[in-house]
Design a protein around this ligand. Structure first.
Ligand SMILES: C[S@@+](CC[C@H](N)C(=O)[O-])C[C@H]1O[C@@H](n2cnc3c(N)ncnc32)[C@H](O)[C@@H]1O
Length: 221
């Protein structure tokens, strides 16, 4: 069984990846005010954030295939995602949960407009039963989450990836997999994260996979 190649789910994924190409226009339109923000001393992320409300900024299709396969390898039935956006990565993970025999992807997103669009995309793909979307700030919405977690995908704003991992790490199952995206673009911001997962060899094994913008792949040992 490989649900991501089913006609219904692959059609939705192809459509969303195609529509995400419009992000380039969002970034180009944002350039002048991001530059002004940088000059006035704001960080790149702070200056860019207001313009990202309508941007997909998703994983690419190869990363989607990889997270699907990793979730299948692990037999993951309980997956947590930080950063839903329009739901592209969530769909790959939910398809894996379904193909593993059923379970739940708990995902969380701040932006109301994105939440609305993501929910519609989950319905279009017929994967809404496998997904629980928690609206709000991950550090609040994931606080009371029950473990054990088989796979954790960190793809929200980068300064929060380490706080979200530390919030959840006691609930990670032995052998669980943790993935964190955008290692190359946010090398400096993510340095404390990388130090955390690579600096505890008794707890984690970790390396960066050359997928998309760099995907840190960590296993709970
Ligand atoms: C890179 S996008 C996620 C892309 C998505 N994983 C995909 O591949 O389709 C990051 C998303 O994280 C959301 N986000 C950032 N910080 C958050 C937080 N503290 N809590 C919940 N969502 C957050 C942003 O609003 C944004 O939509």
């Amino acid at each position: 069984m490989n649900s991501i190649s089913s006609p219904r789910i692959s059609a939705v994924l192809d459509d969303l990846h195609r529509r995400a190409q419009a992000d380039i226009g969002v970034f180009l339109r944002a350039l002048p005010s991001v530059a002004a923000g940088l000059v006035s001393g704001r960080s790149l992320m702070e200056a860019a954030k207001p313009h990202l409300r309508n941007a997909f900024i998703p994983i690419d299709a190869a990363q989607g295939q990889a997270i699907y396969q990793l979730a299948r390898t692990r037999g993951a039935r309980r997956i947590v995602e930080f950063g839903t956006s329009f739901g592209i990565s969530t769909l790959y993970l939910a398809a894996a949960v379904r193909d593993n025999g059923g379970g739940r992807v708990i995902t969380t997103e701040l932006e109301p407009l994105k939440i609305e669009k993501a929910v519609a995309n989950f319905r279009r793909a017929g994967l809404e039963a496998e997904i629980e979307l928690r609206p709000g700030d991950a550090l609040q919405t994931l606080r009371d989450l029950e473990g054990p977690i088989d796979l954790l995908f960190l793809d929200g704003w980068k300064e929060a990836c380490l706080p979200v991992l530390t919030l959840l790490e006691d609930r990670l199952a032995p052998g669980a997999c943790v993935l964190c995206d955008d290692m190359r673009a946010f090398r400096k911001t993510l340095k404390p994260y990388v130090d955390h997962v690579r600096g505890q060899p008794g707890r984690y094994a970790s390396l960066e996979l050359p997928l998309g913008d760099g995907l840190e792949f960590t296993v709970v040992v």
